[in-house]
Design a protein around this ligand. Structure first.
Ligand SMILES: [Zn+2]
Length: 272
């Protein structure tokens, strides 16, 4: 598709400043995003997400669990995001308009997410308990951003609510008259949303490329999931790990795909 190529090229120019040097077939092909997602309007979902996110931040603030702007761990997260955000529109043009936010919640939970519209949260448990390096943190962030960019929540909601449904029907079902209610219902649903296996594979691959284009070592994806695997060993694993099962398949797939983005990583590093 011509327009897609043009967008890709523009995205690349923004990211690395040398489109001509891009290795052929460097981008991992994950195909078109699910067509079902068009049944749920993106703008409405992004508004609902933003409200849900603000509610979550307010709650965290009340519990004195929201990291202040000058908190070093939060500053490191935001610095990573600053390198990933410019390459994000390659996967979703809407991302150019997103008001990206990155926050850190003080919690033992091993968790992180990026809601539709670019609202990112990390929990200190993920960073601390797994002792994540900068590159590993970037791979997690890339993975979560990929869920938002590929609009997995949107297609997941469309699928669970049935086909042929516009927002008005969605609103009726949820008993919505206004956006505030949408946030209360869809938003809560968003935070609890479980992605499919296919969504997870896609988020792994897109996240890998995002991280590489941002100048983060894609090999960190392997060590990251090895750490996740060790953390989930036995008993009730943390919530994030139950929705993100790690195993030899996941790690092998990442390892197989690292060479495809290695050139992009080296190029991004060279440009920094
Ligand atoms: Zn995921």
């Amino acid at each position: 598709m011509a327009c897609r190529l043009a967008l890709d090229r523009r995205g690349f120019l923004l990211a690395a400043g040398a489109a001509a040097a891009e290795p052929a077939l460097a981008q991992i092909d994950v195909g078109e995003a699910s067509r079902l997602r068009s049944l749920v309007p993106a703008g409405e979902l992004e508004t609902a997400s933003a409200q849900e996110y603000q509610q979550m931040l307010a709650q965290a603030r009340q519990q004195r669990a929201l990291a202040p702007d000058d908190y070093p761990q939060l500053q490191r997260l935001r610095a990573i995001a600053q390198r990933l955000i410019p390459v994000a529109p390659r996967w979703n043009d809407r991302a150019r308009q997103w008001k990206w936010e990155v926050n850190l919640i003080g919690s033992k939970q091993i968790n992180a997410f990026c809601m539709p519209g670019g609202k990112i949260a990390f929990f200190t448990g993920l960073l601390d308990q797994l002792s994540l390096t900068e590159d590993e943190t970037a791979v997690v962030m890339g993975h979560e951003m990929a869920h938002a960019l590929r609009e997995h929540a949107r297609s997941r909601i469309a699928k669970t609510r049935g086909t042929g449904m516009g927002l008005s029907v969605l609103s009726q079902l949820l008993g919505l008259g206004q956006v505030g209610d949408l946030a209360a219902n869809v938003g809560t649903q968003l935070l609890a949303l479980k992605f499919s296996r296919e969504d997870e594979v896609e988020a792994d691959l897109v996240g890998l490329e995002l991280a590489a284009r941002g100048g983060f070592d894609p090999r960190a994806s392997v060590s990251l999931w090895e750490k996740m695997g060790r953390a989930s060993g036995g008993g009730d694993g943390p919530a994030f790990l139950s929705t993100h099962p790690t195993g030899p398949d996941r790690i092998a797939r990442l390892r197989d795909n690292v060479p495809k983005v290695q050139g992009l990583y080296e190029q991004a590093r060279g440009a920094r």
